[in-house]
Design a protein. Structure first.
Length: 208
């Protein structure tokens, strides 16, 4: 039981975005208080369960592996793998991070040189002042750029390349979605909610 209650549970916010990983003990606490629901993958769909519904579901659908359950004196409950928060205000607040995703969000997937809106796969991040001129990886110096503009600009300033920024890059005011910590072991069902992980990794100096 102790080990089971330490199992990691992925937490989604009300937009079904992964925001955290917590232990099963804490997840049960949130479920019991009605602050969250269990998300379960069922018939190619995701169903949500209140704590009571989940107890009923556990009784009628016992898991194959007994490690997937917790036992109370009177019943066996399946361990949730993913829970969905009921309230926005339960989200932990974290500092705004400079991530690929947050830059694309700030710039609305718009090339900041030619103003074209493109799919993310066709956009790069660009250092406005190139790094070899001392340009830093900061909110004020990183913009979203299409590949042609990026190629044309090469390792030059916008002025040198005959390009103009659509607007001056700034640190956005909104709070981003909290990043998930990836240290914990991952369950299959998590993949559905973590495919955006790439976009949420904090940027380091390796970004071109
Ligand atoms: Zn462009």
């Amino acid at each position: 039981m102790e080990v089971a209650l330490d199992q990691p549970v992925l937490v989604l916010n009300r937009l079904w975005q992964a925001v955290n990983v917590i232990g099963a003990r804490r997840a049960f606490g949130l479920l019991a208080r009605g602050h969250a629901q269990v998300v379960h993958h069922h018939d190619d769909d995701f169903r949500t369960f209140s704590m009571l519904d989940w107890i009923d579901f556990s009784a009628s659908n016992p898991p194959v592996d007994h490690l997937e359950t917790v036992h109370t004196p009177s019943r066996t409950i399946r361990l949730p793998r993913v829970i969905l928060l009921a309230f926005f205000d339960r989200l932990p607040c974290k500092e705004l991070k400079l991530t690929r995703n947050n830059v694309f969000e700030r710039d609305k997937s718009t090339c900041q040189y030619c103003a074209r809106v493109l799919p993310r796969e066709q956009l790069n991040l660009d250092h406005v002042i190139p790094r070899h001129y001392g340009g830093k990886t900061t909110w004020e110096n990183i913009v979203c750029s299409c590949i042609p503009c990026n190629t044309r600009k090469a390792n030059r300033t916008p002025f040198e390349a005959g390009l103009r920024l659509v607007r001056k890059p700034k640190r956005p005011k909104w709070r981003p979605f909290v990043q998930v910590t990836f240290g914990a072991p991952m369950h299959d069902i998590w993949r559905h909610f973590l495919d955006i992980a790439y976009w949420n990794v904090e940027l380091g100096e390796e970004v071109g």
